[in-house]
Design a protein around this ligand. Sequence first.
Ligand code: C2E
Ligand code: CA
Ligand code: CA
Ligand code: CA
Length: 275
Amino acid sequence: KQGGKGSYRVFVPQMKHKHQRRASLEGLLREAMPHKRDMFVFYQPIVDLTTRRVVAREALIRWHHPERGWISPGDFIPVAEEAGLIQELDAFVFATACREAANWQDGAIVATNVSAACLGLVRLPDLVQAELARTGLPPARLNIEVTETALLRHEADSVRDLQTLHEIGVGICLDDFGTGFSSLSHLRSFPFDKIKIDGSFVQDGDERDDCAAIVRTLAQLGRTLGVETVAEGVETQAQYERVKADGCTLGQGYFFGRPAPSSADMVRVGEIMEA
Ligand code: C2E
Ligand code: CA
Ligand code: CA
Ligand code: CA
């Protein structure tokens, strides 16, 4: 009983605080959305583990609030999803990423994240094809990253839409594999082009043999299925060497390069960083 009372005192103010923070973040997001002046698309390299060449870049949204500073996508993406703002946000990132990638001299692929809400509601293939036509980006230079959670939300529709995209040559990647509702049946239900192994397995592999074994097994599975495997969250030389030895074909992480602004945003982002 005493413990219950104690936890009551501690628990409720925290909940209230969290609720208030969430509400205000939603408010700030609603203000920022129409002009998106403070929203940027950063790009992080994905390299071939054998040659170390950049083969793709993942587009990652960044938000700098004039008073609050940089707000992490880990904090505001869930808010945007709940507030019904994620479609507009993802469409902005998608349009920006296609436009900018169409001008990349090295011809690397651009990978964009698609939220569960976007898979279900908008006609994703229409949006994608319109943007490819508008920017001239070839379908083969676009990857769409989806999580299993997103797939599970609207199984039939989303599989059909992704299939349509896959057929026109867009690469479909299974993101954060190994976390959440991982199930091998997803790999069978859809012809993924890449499997992204969650960074937690790569990093925990430093200390835990079972994590290293999971990476090795997934890389093996990828080889068997003829699918590329991307090791995420590679931060050190030792991790790089291990995921390469374990048979992953591609890598992403601070060791290879951090997410960075496009040349068009470099000056403004630089000013924000210095302020
Ligand atoms: P994600 O799709 O798994 O993206 C990879 C995340 O890992 C990014 O975090 C990236 O900055 C981070 N990362 C990359 N290399 C390393 C590393 O070596 N070590 C560590 N510790 N982290 C690394 P970020 O940019 O904060 O994004 C977090 C998540 O927010 C993303 O996870 C994705 O789920 C979501 N997100 C980001 N941008 C978008 C977007 O435009 N649309 C949607 N729907 N979701 C997005
Ligand atoms: Ca991703
Ligand atoms: Ca990921
Ligand atoms: Ca993640």
